[in-house]
Write a protein that binds this ligand. Structure first.
Ligand code: GAL
Length: 428
């Protein structure tokens, strides 16, 4: 059976590691002038606030390495919904980009097993990264003493976003946080009864994002983590309840969901046509771009069943086997892991730095809460964003979820399918 890597920590994240201010330069930066050429960086940050995040990294890269030319290999589609397939075709055809975006955690196991990415442990020594990332993040990245990617940030997946004006109009106290998923559903129902879309959502991966948030809240960290190791049985009544809740919430969403991406679902809130959205915290960057203020225009809280859980994912970059410009890729990895790179990127992206030594005073309210939670809460790996399972398992769940939400929504059949998908992938 495959080895599995989970973050099981509580309290050892950024806050625990200390948010020491440090004004000195970090990363080797500054290029030595002996190399150059084009560096193709493959991501799915093609538009809007995601593009703004990428632009921040590119600006830092140009400063650090003026001899290299950044080539934008982005493929639009949230969560890599289109990019990942295209990347796989390119890797299989022996045509890798110089570096590509991936997620820290189980997603990397696919690329490692297929010998598609290089061990970059040496760069951790060279760029002084071993001591600046939280130990548990390093553990998640380490496979048999090797590290295959460099994280650029940390995102949270299990956040409820609210349109405060619409909540008030529906008679919901926007400062009150629902105690559990049922209480959340009651609020969404109330909002829907007021004549707007209760919960905005998009295509399949955003639905899987909602599903994982419900599972984390209902099951708690231990049982949620056990879903991916075989320790938690998928056939229990607790899972049935979670799937029933998922079905109810889907019934309170926009009917055109399957044609929309996360940005469209967030835009519905900004346009004042949807009260709630459950999405990763890249959503906050879209609100900020729309000049929305946290606590005035939008609210946020984790979807919770009582336990404080941080749904975790980290964007990380790789060095593909056969990259045309490996030195250029290493330069990119230097920039994205530097203090300056991580600060500029997360400010624009809605995430928090993965490094523990970045001065975060200038981060807005939402990110301050994420920094605090990452330090205190129990960390659970995101399903929809590659931390919990290999790509093939996520693909199986996505297919089953799409059938469920577009078809007859038979909970018993969906649960059976999820159970047999787990069995199949655990024995792969
Ligand atoms: C995630 C990625 C985030 C954000 C999101 C929506 O998978 O880690 O950085 O881009 O998808 O596209």
């Amino acid at each position: 059976m495959r080895r599995r890597y989970f973050l099981t920590l509580a309290g050892s994240g950024i806050a625990a590691a200390g948010l020491a201010a440090c004004g000195s330069d970090s990363g080797s930066g500054g290029g030595d002038g002996s190399a150059g050429g084009e560096v193709e960086v493959f991501t799915w940050w093609a538009q809007g606030s995601e593009k703004a995040g990428l632009d921040a990294l590119v600006a830092q890269f140009k400063k650090d390495y003026p001899d290299y030319t950044f080539v934008n290999g982005s493929v639009a589609g949230g969560a890599g919904s289109a990019a990942k397939d295209m990347l796989q075709s390119r890797l299989q055809a022996g045509d890798p980009p110089d570096t590509f975006q991936a997620h820290a955690g189980e997603e990397l196991s696919d690329y490692i097993a297929a010998a598609q990415i290089e061990d970059v442990s040496d760069l951790y020594e060279e760029y002084g990264l071993t001591d600046v990332f939280p130990e548990d993040l390093l553990a998640l990245l380490t496979v048999e003493d090797k590290i295959y990617s460099v994280p650029s940030n940390i995102h949270r997946s299990n956040v409820v976003w609210t349109n405060i004006a619409l909540l008030e109009a529906a008679g919901i106290d926007p400062t009150a946080v629902p105690a559990d998923v049922d209480a959340f559903i009651a609020d969404v129902q109330k909002a829907a009864d007021s004549g707007v879309t209760g919960l905005s959502i998009g295509t399949t991966w955003t639905q899987v994002n909602l599903l994982e948030a419900i599972l984390m809240a209902d099951l708690g960290s231990e049982a949620y983590n056990g879903l991916w190791t075989g320790d938690t049985d998928w056939t229990t009544p607790e899972i049935t309840t979670a799937l029933e809740q998922f079905k109810t919430l889907i019934s309170l969403t926009n009917g055109d969901r399957d044609g929309l991406d996360w940005t469209d679902a967030t835009q519905m809130q900004i346009d004042g046509t949807a009260a709630y959205n459950v999405m990763g915290d890249w959503a906050v960057a879209s609100f900020q771009q729309a000049d929305w203020t946290g606590g005035e225009d939008f609210g946020f809280y984790p979807l919770s069943g009582g336990e404080a859980i941080f749904g975790f994912l980290a964007d990380s970059f790789t060095l593909p086997v056969g990259a045309p410009n490996p030195d250029g890729a290493k330069a990119w990895l230097d920039t994205i892991s530097s203090k300056e790179g991580q600060l500029g990127f997360s400010l624009a992206k809605g995430s928090i730095p993965a490094r523990t030594d970045v001065e975060t005073d200038e981060f807005p309210d939402y990110q301050q809460t994420a920094i605090e939670s990452y330090g205190q809460d129990t960390i659970c790996p995101s399903l929809a964003h590659g931390a919990a399972t290999p790509v093939r398992w996520l693909n199986d769940i996505s297919d089953a979820t799409s059938q469920f939400t577009t078809g007859a929504s038979d909970v018993a059949g969906y649960q059976e399918q999820l159970a047999s998908i787990a069995e199949k992938n655990l024995s792969a």
